[in-house]
Design a protein around this ligand. Structure first.
Ligand SMILES: O=C(O)C1=C[C@@H](OP(=O)(O)O)[C@@H](O)[C@H](O)C1
Ligand SMILES: C=C(OP(=O)(O)O)C(=O)O
Length: 409
């Protein structure tokens, strides 16, 4: 599906949008529910990634295909490795077979797990024979993906002796690890995270607990982008959010004050409003703790004609696509003066945006969604726009409700 998107006939409509549950919280909660049936989940994500996770957890033998879902791939690896009697091959999309999993597989193997590679060493697909795991000490590199760590932590309470992880190197995407530990705490599992050591205790039974998934903050980023690029006074209300979020991407509320977006928390809603503010000539942000909002921020800066230097982006090359290369290619098509390295992106201020460019999305939901707000500045095409379903299937429908003009091309 190719879409042509352009700005509303008048101003943005002051709508209230209910965004689906966080896919990160949903996929963690689903795994915990599979381990402890006394857990209930509300406001679960309707994303493809949560759907494949839920389906995957029900399979006991044969093949589990998690498509593009990184969290499902990583979380299910530890899950199946520790489930006696289950034997599966865990696979995914072509891109998933290029996303590394060696760090996690080696950590599990050193704990005694039975995992082998089906094709290329270090990458999915993998074959897993579930085993009882009693060893509990393991060390692993922490600078490639936090998902390996969350995966081990989520399964840990179901193991006889829990787990003690020693994290080696600079820890990346830390808020996601803290989210995992916070959810474990919500179900009564004890853990500690001191320096580079994390311990999780074993727990046989969990009391009936309702895990309420907060709506997805990474999805909210596209509304931050819209408001930043809109006229003073524009407003959007989003739900269901809370001030004390488990999601690191809630740092958006702070980051976007630099772009004149004010966030007000009202019960379970956030109201975003564009206020009069002098724009800084250049923004410099380290996104090692919030990698998923890098694309949104890069496009916001481009749309505003503001220079930026974004760092801490070393994980972007192994996500749904090489996001640094993809941003370089697509922003250049629009006339941006952009440079990227293996971990940073720099943008010079540009005054003109080339209209009606077709943005390629590389099977990456965030490439499609990040460019959506740019419709307020120029009309553009989004190729393969359906990719948004990975995390936010209603994205284009919700944008339409705000008055953005969206037509199939
Ligand atoms: O644990 C999670 O839910 C996630 C962790 C992050 O990955 P990395 O730790 O690989 O950066 C993030 O990019 C991803 O979208 C979701
Ligand atoms: C990186 C992402 O997802 P995953 O790694 O779970 O595929 C994302 O949603 O931006």
């Amino acid at each position: 599906m190719k879409l042509h998107i352009s700005k509303p006939v008048s101003n943005l409509i002051k709508e209230s949008i209910k965004i689906t549950g966080s896919k990160s919280e949903s996929n963690r909660s689903l795994l915990l529910k599979a381990l402890y049936s006394s857990i209930n989940i509300s406001n679960i994500s309707n994303s493809d990634d949560a759907i494949v996770m839920e389906k995957g957890l029900q399979i006991t033998t044969g093949e589990v295909d998690i498509h593009h879902a990184g969290t499902a791939m990583r979380f299910l690896t530890s899950y199946f490795a520790t489930q006696e009697g289950k034997e599966i091959t865990l696979t995914g999309s072509q891109r998933m077979t290029e996303r590394p999993i060696k760090v996690l597989v080696e950590a599990l193997q050193s704990l005694g797990a039975d995992i082998s590679y089906v094709k290329n060493e270090g990458y999915p697909p993998i074959h897993i024979k579930g085993k009882k795991i009693t060893k509990n000490k393991v060390s692993l590199p922490a600078d490639i993906s936090s998902q390996y760590i969350s995966s081990l932590l989520l399964t840990a309470p179901s193991l006889e002796n829990g787990i003690e992880l020693e994290l080696v190197g600079k820890i990346t995407s830390v808020p996601y690890i803290k989210m995992t530990l916070a959810l474990l705490s919500q179900i009564g599992v004890e853990s500690s995270f001191v320096g580079n050591t994390i311990t999780v205790s074993s727990k046989k039974e969990v009391a009936t607990t309702n895990l309420v998934v907060e709506s997805d903050w990474s999805s909210a980023s596209y509304y931050y982008g819209l408001i930043a690029l809109s006229d003073v006074g524009s407003q959007i209300t989003l739900s269901a959010y809370k001030e004390n979020s488990l999601q690191g991407d809630s740092v958006l509320a702070k980051i976007y004050t630099d772009f004149g977006v004010q966030t007000t928390f009202k019960e379970n809603q956030i109201v975003l409003e564009k206020i009069q503010k002098e724009q800084l000539p250049k923004v410099i942000i380290d996104l090692a703790n919030a990698p998923d909002i890098a694309q949104t921020i890069a496009v916001t800066c481009f749309g505003l004609g503001v220079a930026c230097h974004l760092t801490g982006l070393h994980t972007l090359k192994i996500k749904e696509t090489d996001r640094l290369e993809a941003l370089h290619t697509e922003l250049s098509k629009l006339g941006a003066n952009i440079t990227v390295t293996n971990e940073a992106l720099s943008l010079e201020p540009s005054e003109n945006i080339i209209p009606d460019v077709a943005i390629d999305t590389y099977n990456d939901h965030r490439m499609a969604m990040a460019f959506g707000p740019l419709a307020l500045k120029t009309s553009l095409f989004i190729n393969d726009a359906g990719v948004v379903s990975k995390s936010y299937p209603d994205y284009w429908e919700d944008f339409k409700r705000l008055g953005i003009v969206i037509k199939e091309a």
